[in-house]
Design a protein around this ligand. Sequence first.
Ligand code: IDP
Length: 161
Amino acid sequence: PRRYGSAPPELREQTLVLVKPDAVQRRLVGDVIRRFERRGFKLVAMKLLQADRGLLDKHYQQLRQKPFYPALLSYMTSGPLVAMVWEGYNVVRSSRAMVGDTNSAQAAAGTIRGDFSMHVSRNVVHASDSVETALQEIGFWFQRDELVAWESSDRDYTYGP
Ligand code: IDP
């Protein structure tokens, strides 16, 4: 196996992905993971948890004044969700493209939201919207030692030499 740390920094970008409670209830966890795996991204952390209000207030600090915020909180605390950190080249932008429009009703076919959901209030997944936000969000959801440092053996076949 490769020595960990040999990957160039541009392959080390990370993002936070949440498989939201509707998707857990609807047994879509595997489908979401599968899309990130098939694209070539590397899973570096994952856990199932029941989110509480304190965590969501931090995660959604920009939305706390929105009229839909109480409904968003009750949605996001309605059951367990799966939090993951995915790593790879351009992962923040690519994940947003894979996830699709916030409003599921307008999300393009082929995106996760466009294929698996119907309404903005039950839109299946979250993915960080910038590299800076991703760093912050990963810190809200994970302890540093929950991120696993590993080198994937298919790197040359995924990225080229
Ligand atoms: P994003 O999840 O695509 O980044 P944001 O605007 O950051 O979109 O909104 C965060 C989440 O808040 C959305 O994914 C969705 O679950 C919820 N949300 C956004 N707008 C509405 C709305 O108009 N009604 C209900 N829920 C909304």
